[in-house]
Design a protein around this ligand. Structure first.
Ligand SMILES: Cc1ncc(COP(=O)(O)O)c(C=O)c1O
Length: 432
C-alpha cells in the first residue's frame, strides 16, 4: 500500500503501477497525481450523485466534482437520458446540429453580455482563442493577466499561473519560448493602483485584459468591486477587450455567472466545465461586433474537429436546464450555512484558518488573515498540513481536490448531512 494511504487501495495501486509504465506520472493531468498531498492517486470506478467509488469499492462524498463541472452531481438522470438518446443516433457528425443551436440560445439568454458564442473542447482552448480574437480585433499584441489566475495551459498565459503550476520553480513552464510571453504583463490581482498605472502608460497597446472575476485557482478570491469597475472603465477608455474567464465561475453562483452577480459586463466571456454537464467543453462569446471577426465571417482563424459535438451539447444543455432559481437558492443557502458554521468555529476556537467562499465554490486557508491576491494565498497555504488534512478526510470518506490551491465545490445533490459530515471531519482535524 502507498506510504500515505489511509484507505485500502490495493486495486488502485495495481492500476496506478500499470499507468506509470505507459502514462507520464501515471496521470493525464498533473494535479490528479497526489503530488501535492502525498501518496498515490486513487483510481475511480464509478460515480453517482455526490458519491465517487474507487477500484477498491471505497466510497467518498466528492467535493472535487470533476473540478467544478458537476453542479448537479454525478450522472444526473437527465444528462444520462439525453446523451443515451443521442448516441443511439450517432455520436459525431462534424457538421451542424440542432443541439448546438439550442445550447447556444440558452447561454445567450442566460448571459446578456454574450450575443454570439463559439464552442470549443476545453477551457484552455476557449481562453487561447479569446486572446487571439482580441488581438485580431484590436491589431495589438500585448495582454494583461493577473498573478495566480489560471486560464488553462495557454503558452502566453503560463506566467505566475497558480494552482497546478504554482509548484514549479518559476511559476511557469519549460518549453515556452520567451517570444510567447514577452507580450504578457502579469499584475497583482485586486491592485487597482498598479493596474491603472500600467494602463496609463501602455493602455493603447493592450489588446486584452483577462481575469477570473472570482479566482478559483489560488483558492477562492473575489475580485473587489472597485477593481472590476476600474478594469471595465480603463479597458473601455483604451479600446482594450475585457475578458472574463468564467470557465469555473460560469453558472456557479447563478445562471448569469459572476458578471450578473457584480453587474459588470465584459466584452468577451470564456466558459467551460458546467456548460458541458461533465463532458469536455469550452466556449467563448461576447459582443457580436467582436465575435464576427472570427472565421468564417472574419479574418481570425479558429476551428475544431469536435467543436460543438452533439453529445456534449445535449449533456451540457440537460445540466443547464436543471439550474432553476430554486436550485441555486437551496444550494447557495446550504453552502452559506456551512461556511458560516466553519468560520464561527475557527474564530471561537482561536484556530488560524478560515473558509473563503463564493456561493458553492470554496477553499480553506491555513490563516485567519484575509486573502486578496496570490501573495496572500501563498502565505496562507497549508503545505504539508493540507496533505495531512486531505488524507484525514479521505479516511472519513470525503474526497477533496488533491492540491491546496484548488477550490472545492458543492453540488445540488450534496445534502445538509453531507455538509455536516464535512464540517465534523474538519473540526476533528483542527480541534486543539
Ligand atoms: C478559470 C479557468 N480557466 C480555464 C481553465 C482551463 O480549462 P480546461 O482544463 O478545460 O482546459 C480552467 C481549468 O481549471 C479554469 O479554472
Amino acid at each position: 500500500m502507498a506510504e500515505h494511504a489511509t484507505v485500502k487501495q490495493t486495486n488502485s495501486d495495481k492500476i496506478y503501477e500499470r499507468a506509470c509504465a505507459v502514462m507520464v506520472g501515471g496521470v493525464n493531468s498533473p494535479v490528479r497525481s497526489f503530488k501535492g498531498v502525498g501518496g498515490h492517486p486513487l483510481v475511480m470506478k464509478s460515480a453517482h450523485r455526490a458519491t465517487l467509488t474507487d477500484q477498491d469499492d471505497n466510497e467518498y462524498t466528492d467535493y472535487c466534482l470533476s473540478w467544478g463541472s458537476l453542479i448537479t452531481g454525478h450522472a444526473h438522470r437527465n444528462v444520462i437520458l439525453q446523451t443515451k438518446k443521442l448516441t443511439e443516433r450517432g455520436i459525431s457528425f462534424g457538421a451542424s446540429t440542432r443541439a448546438e443551436v439550442e445550447i447556444a440560445e440558452f447561454i445567450v439568454e442566460s448571459m446578456p453580455s454574450i450575443e454570439k458564442i463559439r464552442f470549443v473542447n476545453s477551457g484552455t482552448e476557449a481562453t487561447m482563442s479569446a486572446l487571439r480574437l482580441a488581438r485580431g480585433y484590436t491589431s495589438r499584441a500585448k495582454i494583461i493577466k493577473f498573478d495566480g489566475c489560471y486560464h488553462g495551459h495557454v503558452d502566453d498565459l503560463l506566467t505566475t499561473a497558480g494552482s497546478g503550476v504554482a509548484a514549479l520553480a518559476e511559476s511557469s513552464s519549460a518549453g515556452i519560448p520567451q517570444s510567447h510571453i514577452e507580450n504578457t504583463i502579469s499584475l497583482p490581482f485586486n491592485d487597482t493602483a498598479v493596474f491603472e498605472k500600467v494602463m496609463g502608460e501602455q493602455g493603447d497597446q493592450i489588446a486584452a485584459v483577462i481575469l477570473e472575476p472570482v479566482a478559483g485557482n489560488m483558492g477562492v478570491i473575489r475580485a473587489r468591486l472597485e477593481f472590476l469597475r476600474s478594469l471595465r472603465d480603463e479597458t473601455s477608455r483604451h479600446g482594450t477587450v475585457l475578458i472574463f474567464d468564467e470557465c469555473m465561475s460560469g453558472f456557479r453562483p447563478q445562471r448569469g455567472g459572476v458578471q450578473a452577480d457584480v453587474g459588470i459586463t465584459p466584452d468577451l466571456t470564456c466558459l467551460g466545465k458546467i456548460i458541458g454537464g461533465g463532458f469536455p467543453i469550452g466556449a467563448y462569446g461576447g459582443r457580436a461586433e467582436i465575435m464576427d471577426h472570427l472565421a468564417p465571417l472574419g479574418p481570425v482563424y479558429q476551428a475544431g474537429t469536435f467543436s460543438g459535438n452533439p453529445v456534449v451539447m445535449r449533456a451540457g444543455l440537460a445540466q443547464l436546464k436543471l439550474l432553476s432559481d430554486e436550485f441555486y437558492q437551496a444550494l447557495n443557502t446550504r453552502c452559506n450555512a456551512f461556511a458560516t458554521e466553519m468560520n464561527t468555529f475557527f474564530r471561537d476556537e482561536g484556530i488560524a484558518a478560515h473558509i473563503c467562499d463564493y456561493f458553492s465554490m470554496m477553499s480553506l486557508r491555513f490563516s485567519s488573515d484575509p486573502v486578496y491576491n496570490y501573495h496572500d494565498a501563498q502565505t496562507a497555504q497549508g503545505h504539508e498540513r493540507y496533505g495531512e488534512l486531505f488524507h484525514h478526510l479521505l479516511a472519513r470518506g470525503i474526497y477533496w481536490p488533491p492540491a491546496d490551491l484548488e477550490a472545492f465545490f458543492v453540488s445540488g445533490v450534496h445534502s445538509k448531512k453531507d455538509l455536516k459530515n464535512l464540517a465534523d471531519a474538519l473540526k476533528e482535524f483542527f480541534r486543539p
